[in-house]
Design a protein around this ligand. Sequence first.
Ligand code: ADP
Ligand code: MG
Length: 242
Amino acid sequence: MINLVNVNMTFHGKQILKDINLSVKQGEIMVIIGPSGSGKSTLLRLMIGLLKPTAGEVWIHDREITAMDEDHLNQIRLEMGMVFQYSALFDSMTVGENVAFGLRQHTTLTEQEIRQVVRRKLRMVGLSGQERAMPSELSGGMKKRVSLARAIAADPHIVLYDEPTSGLDPIMSATINRLILNTRRVIGATSVVVTHDMASAFYIADRIAMIYKGSIIAMGTLEEIKASTNPVVAKFIAGIVG
Ligand code: ADP
Ligand code: MG
């Protein structure tokens, strides 16, 4: 479903990602772990075409997005949703307008249909009736859930999550993790979740890839990652690195 082939990314002469090869299967939840600054957010931005790699290919299904112009990329992005690290809600819009934003921009749904979708998605994330609230009135966990409702408004095939539980207390983190699993179940979305919270990774992952200084140093199921003999991986899992 998502394929990165020999992807390299350089910013201002500094190599941030090195020879990344990564395949995410349809319907899978792939969790990317790694310390701060290791290139995780950059990797997500490459997957959704917000950045173009310096070298290498990114494929979504059978289409190479690294070879696409902006018009075609916009088409592909309709099939993808992203939950950004800091929720990135539009502060001047209500919750309902935030969730409806992409639908208004990119679909031909009527206002009535849009209102129905918004209602359904807010219900899915446990925020029924919050359409008229403003983001500034919401807690961090509620903002995250609005951000998730917005990301899945158009039933995307792929959902990318950048640190969805960072800054949340353990109870809200558990709620978000359940929502990630529920989203995969309800809309069947292939999911990539960036986190440095190992508890979350262990709870939701089908497979885990660990990135360190721009390279993938381990990849596999939970059991395989736990059994890794790479000392950096072992220390990270034990909570010592990062
Ligand atoms: P992570 O999400 O794992 O914390 P990032 O992907 O955000 O890591 O960043 C990896 C490295 O790339 C960092 O050193 C960061 O400063 C650098 N970087 C990220 N985006 C840019 C950019 N747009 N321009 C220059 N450097 C960047
Ligand atoms: Mg990041």
